[in-house]
Write a protein that binds this ligand. Sequence first.
Ligand code: BDP
Length: 687
Amino acid sequence: MKKLLLLTLLGLVFVALSFHMRAEDGSRLWLRADATAQAKVTANKQSAIVAVAVKELQTQWRGAPVQLKIARAKDTQALGKDGYTLAGNPQTGVTITAAGEQGLLYGAYHLLRLQATGALTENLRITEIPKYQVRILDHWDNLDRSIERGYAGRSLWEWERLPDTISPRYAEYARANASIGINGSVLNNVNANPQILTPEYLAKVKAIAGIFRPYGLKVYLSVNFASPKTLGGLPDADPLNKEVIQWWKNKVKEIYALIPDFGGFLVKANSEGQSGPQDYGRTHADGANMLADALKPYKGIVMWRAFVYSPTKEDRAKQAYQEFVPLDGKFRDNVIIQIKNGPVDFQPREPFSPLFGALQHTQEMIEFQVTQEYLGFSNHLVYLAPLFKETLESDTYANGPGSTVAKITDGTLRPAKVTAIAGVANTGDSTNWCGHHFAQANWYAFGRLAWNHELTSEQIADEWLRMTFTADENFIRPAKELMLASREACVDYMMPLGLHHIFSFNAHYGPQPWGFYPGGRLDWMPVYYHKADTIGVGFDRTGAGSDAVSQYFPPLNEIYGDIARCPENLLLWFHHVAWTYKLKSGNTLWDELCYRYDRGVREARDLQKAWDRLEHYVDAERFADVQSKLQIQTKDAVWWKDACLLYFQTFSKLPIPYDIERPIHKLDDLYRVWFTQEDALRNNYKH
Ligand code: BDP
């Protein structure tokens, strides 16, 4: 008997300990509040979504009773589908009012966030309306559960076990999204496998949609434009072919019969080898409209990507604009053109894409990359809110001064039937969801900015840190500084002064500015982008060069085109600059480049130092995880600096200033570093 008692006790201790360990493995994201409250919550409407809101409040809210109220349309019209008001006093009673059940859910999460961040006030009077209608994560997940450019394990979607087995992570994922206002997920890769549209897979999609529904999260799919041919057995996929049109109509009908609230399609067409309407001499508008017509009766939308470029003589940065501007005004009102934030490809820094604002009569949405394909994978701590905001706040001048990308896309300056914003997801089946504890902040920041792009990077970091780690000010202040410094640090050690795309070929991890791969596409080669020679470095996009500057509205075309006025952080994006050219600092370009790379290394070390000082505020497990990733980041920063400076020095023939750290690598050794994405992920590259 005694033995049994002892065993039971030991068991309990073990469970408690393992629970404690599990509790700080990052799996709970920013939703770490105890669910032990017993709040009184009433609602004037019952539904699956309201039930989630009620349960969240009942189990976590530690204040006075909360009333959830769907109010009459005439009183809440301005709030729209997702908006809400919070009113009352946490000590005497709080009312959340909305026009729809989804608004109540978001209001409930808002109240809980105020509690979790210690931001409750006596008199609550808050009204929130999201800036974008569709706030969506694009998963580049393949049906074999690999993830294109994913660095957090395998796909969350267990296709082989669906629809019978439902992973608990589906609901956890949906809940996390709802808590930050994300209301849509594209489940599969833009390089889409047609199989996703088979009845077998649609049954699986239906199962996921059913789990997401109570969290207000709609399901969307990426579709392969050739599906009528490859899947349907038709001779072609020509968007003007009646049989093709009918095939899509039938397919859409089949989808909506299974998933009545299905969101719509995301399409990558005639891009990087994907098929599209141009295969049949048709335009992007022909293709997008054909799908839009099929979706229209069900209120579905088409997100048609503008990520198009071909290996021609034309500057890659110009091509999306050239293809889409002539089609302006030709798209249906349930089509929205999805444009990457920059004109090339999710680089550490790019100017905004000139397509923003240039499409005057076509709905436009922005696509950010939350997964860090070009920012050190899940090895580097790079807080992306400053990058997202830099683009959103860029002035396009399309409708005169103040025409920021945000205002062009959120309906403020251009009336739009659909407004949307997308982020390429960084989630996977790793325990902490994103591969790096701080990468969770990028998921969080994307959601918060999609809801309200006016929030500052600092506010978002502050909220996230308090909920994810601790509210101790001694932790918050330095941790926030560390996050806010991280993006510029990354730009400095990877690609300062407007350099871009000088990554290793295809893996996109680590420096390979010398990269030239016989037989490969020139516009995938680093040398295409930096154009270093004995005179200088940088891509001449002025009138004397590719003239990409002319795609920007005045005065930006002049500012970018003038070497003296071009912002220095974009200098080598727009200009080929002589090594001896004097910058504002008084340094020559060569010296400045050296100092920037050196600063990047020092900044990476500073991130390490700042984190090490925080050891006593963070649980041991997450502290050690982040610490070891920061070691990799610093090692990589040195690698970047040495590789780029030693390589560019072969052109500049100038000395590396003596007051910066000497290279510790030899260029010949670095030339031999060759690895695949998988190697990079395992950190077994040799350098
Ligand atoms: C590039 C990625 C590639 C994607 C492509 C896209 O390297 O894997 O398929 O973008 O966005 O950045 O379609």
